[in-house]
Ligand binder design. Structure first.
Ligand SMILES: [Zn+2]
Length: 245
């Protein structure tokens, strides 16, 4: 049995295959992560070839066969190719990290329209870029963890339950979460938040909010999230895109 599927998709990986074809991994709106072959994609007359490029948002059509690992893509139309991301090495680095997060987690055949929309949105924001790409990447990490059920609770100390206060430093244990000064002695400390860093994380966690930041602090938060995701999601092996440039 095969079924014709039409869905929006972001290209998160692309490989040459055989003499003329391409194999790509798509994060789709309706079916989660799928792998598809574009036959003849590398021939000069192929219309789909140039369209199926990394980080592009597309509308694709394919014949879904249940027990086939690689689906046959029959049509791909461009929605957004994020040209400014591809011209800028720094933007490319963080946009690639977004693709890498989706690529390495088990999201096959599972629709998650909200995660899809958030992914499309963050690529658009990185492309238009009012802020540095690190800023949008952290917004995305916070959103991503929430959607996958690993949201970090910032409002209270995970041990005594007291509300966290702006202007205070906090500690973090990967298992239990945020710890206040009084509770930190009983637990293993995985990370330390200075008052500025904690405020920044609080600010970035709120929606539709502008935050003041230094790039150094943003990088410190990205380091924290990488460790946190590695701790909670075993299949995650770190973000290579952030370390190769
Ligand atoms: Zn406490």
């Amino acid at each position: 049995m095969s079924e014709i599927i039409k869905t929006k998709a972001v290209v998160i990986k692309k490989l040459d295959y055989g003499d003329t074809s391409k194999i790509a991994t798509f994060y789709t709106e309706d079916y989660g992560k799928i792998t598809g072959i574009i036959k003849g994609a590398r021939t000069a007359k192929s219309k789909m070839g140039p369209v199926v490029d990394i980080l592009n948002t597309l509308q694709i059509v394919y014949y879904k066969k249940e027990n086939r690992e690689v689906q046959l893509i029959s049509k791909a139309e461009l929605i957004n190719h994020h040209s400014k991301i591809k011209e800028d090495l720094d933007k490319l680095k963080f946009a690639s990290a977004v693709a890498e997060l989706l690529l390495h987690l088990n999201l096959e055949d599972e629709a998650h329209p909200k995660l899809f929309k958030g992914t499309v949105k963050i690529l658009e924001l990185m492309n238009e870029s009012k802020e540095v790409p690190e800023y949008y990447f952290i917004k995305y990490l916070i959103f991503f963890l929430k959607e996958l059920g690993y949201e970090i609770q910032l409002e209270n100390c995970s041990c005594c339950g007291n509300n966290t206060e702006p202007g205070e430093g906090y500690f973090f244990n990967f298992n239990s979460g945020i710890l206040c000064m009084n509770c930190k002695n009983d637990q293993l400390i995985s990370f330390e938040f200075s008052p500025e860093l904690f405020n920044l994380l609080m600010c970035l966690s709120r929606r539709n909010n502008e935050c003041k930041y230094s790039v150094k602090d943003l990088n410190r938060l990205i380091y924290f999230f990488e460790k946190y995701i590695s701790y909670h999601i075993p299949e995650f092996k770190g973000l290579k895109s952030l370390h190769v440039y």
